[in-house]
Design a protein around this ligand. Structure first.
Ligand SMILES: Cc1ncc(COP(=O)(O)O)c(C=O)c1O
Length: 423
């Protein structure tokens, strides 16, 4: 199938279906084809997954793993959550894509549910996390010019060193990670970066032209880094005092990942604007949004912004069910309890190669000391049936689905202990 594509290939797909056509491809073949035809912008583990169920995934050779990457924290509901899949199936039988040229019932209910869930007033639906961030940047700047009165072209947004907000050219332009920027300039001006967690540095960076402060409440991609206690509340206070918008990027931390609906709720640091995505798609579909106060979101007028797929009925139906699951099954409480178990379990491992264990809810980082063979560790984890990868700074991410049971958490801990002891 791979070396040459027979002329009958497309007919075969039509008659057999896509799933049947992919069966029989070995893991080696998948890797070879992906590397040949795909851009090399990722360095995946040498594992080809074929099935998922709850906290578990299976590879093409029948090996079973606990999924601790959790699709970079997007897999909150567990693989193939029944209610989310049912919502998608049901919607597939009615209406899937319309564009925003018309209204749909699903979009109406989605927007209302999302605003209620988020305790904010209005939302702008998008697809990927990076788009939600771009939307926040545009809203913040336009608010800065039209409401705050910043002179045209002068709006500044303060961000944090070591941020990760996505991969568009504007967003990488204010990244402090050299590789994210190298070769991709010139970049969009108007961003000022300050050390994360340093409230004095933040205060000093604010000028009359500051439209917004935009940060992650916990820097997940940078290695699950936490600001000092009280920082989020202090940022909120500063923003209010200086007439600056507070924008939290809750794309990774939102929707119960850290044991509360949103990470800002740990300090009651309610934002004026918030970017969400990942888990909103129920582990199924890209759904993101910028959500904010009426004062901010209503600066958009027809033609200011848009997305062909943003707010499509299929995505909306999925996201509504994703939020219903989170509320009805109290995934925030589940995440908090399971996260504590995981932290306690990791602390009890007590291996000399571990430098630090940090986490909140089911967003946990296990940082190893310099000199630890992290490549070997990745292999050891795989051998033990755990999918995890390093973020930056030798920190392994543990972000399993929020539905992971107590027994499965115990499994993660004992397998992790074995993987580390085999170093
Ligand atoms: C905090 C944060 N913001 C933004 C993004 C970008 O989201 P996406 O990959 O859906 O564009 C990510 C993705 O990892 C993220 O963790």
């Amino acid at each position: 199938m791979i070396e040459t594509m027979p002329k009958t290939f497309w007919q075969e797909i039509l008659s057999k279906g896509v799933h049947a056509m992919t069966q029989g491809m070995s893991s080696d073949e998948c890797i070879k084809v992906t590397e040949q035809f795909g851009a090399h912008n990722y360095h995946p583990l040498a594992v080809t997954l074929v099935e998922g169920d709850g906290s578990w995934v299976w590879d093409a050779d029948g090996n079973k793993y606990l999924d601790c990457v959790g699709s970079y924290s997007a897999m909150a509901h567990g693989h193939r959550s029944k209610s989310v899949i049912d919502a998608a199936r049901e919607q597939l039988d009615h209406l899937t894509l319309t564009s925003r040229a018309v209204y749909t019932r699903e979009l109406a209910l989605f927007l209302k549910a999302l605003c209620e869930y988020s305790e904010l007033d209005m939302a702008c639906p998008m697809n990927s996390g990076a788009e939600a961030i771009e939307t926040c940047i545009k809203l913040a700047r336009k608010w800065g010019y039209t409401v705050k009165g910043i002179p045209e072209g002068k709006a500044e947004i303060i961000v944090a060193n070591e941020n990760f907000h996505g991969r568009t050219t504007t967003i990488i332009g204010f990244s402090s990670e050299a590789q994210y920027r190298s070769g991709f300039g010139p970049f969009t001006p108007g961003f000022i970066s300050v050390p994360f967690g340093d409230i004095e540095a933040l205060r000093r960076a604010i000028t009359p032209n500051t439209a917004a402060i935009m940060m992650e409440p916990i820097q997940a991609e940078a290695g699950i880094l936490f600001p000092p206690d009280g920082y989020m509340a202090a940022v909120r206070k500063e923003c209010t005092a200086q007439n600056v918008l507070l924008v939290w990027d809750e794309i990774q931390t939102g929707f119960c990942r850290t044991g509360k609906k949103f990470a800002w709720m740990h300090e009651d640091a309610k934002p004026d604007l918030m970017a969400v995505g990942k888990a909103l798609g129920g582990g199924l579909f890209p759904v993101s949004a910028a959500i904010g106060t009426k004062e901010v979101v209503s600066v958009f007028h027809p033609g200011d912004h848009g997305s062909t797929f943003g707010g499509n009925p299929l995505g909306c139906a999925i996201a509504i069910m994703a939020m219903a699951e989170m509320e009805a099954n109290d995934l925030a409480a589940k995440s908090e309890v399971a996260g504590k178990l995981l932290l306690d379990g990791f602390s009890a491992i007590g291996h000399p190669s571990i430098l630090e264990i940090r986490g909140r809810g089911l967003l946990v980082g296990l940082e190893f000391k310099e000199g630890t063979d992290t490549q070997k560790l990745v292999g050891n984890f795989l051998k033990e049936g755990i999918i995890t990868k390093e973020t930056r700074h030798r920190t392994f991410r543990f972000a399993p689905p929020l539905t992971t049971s107590r027994e499965e958490i115990d499994e993660i801990v004992s397998r992790t202990r074995r993987a580390i002891e085999a170093l």
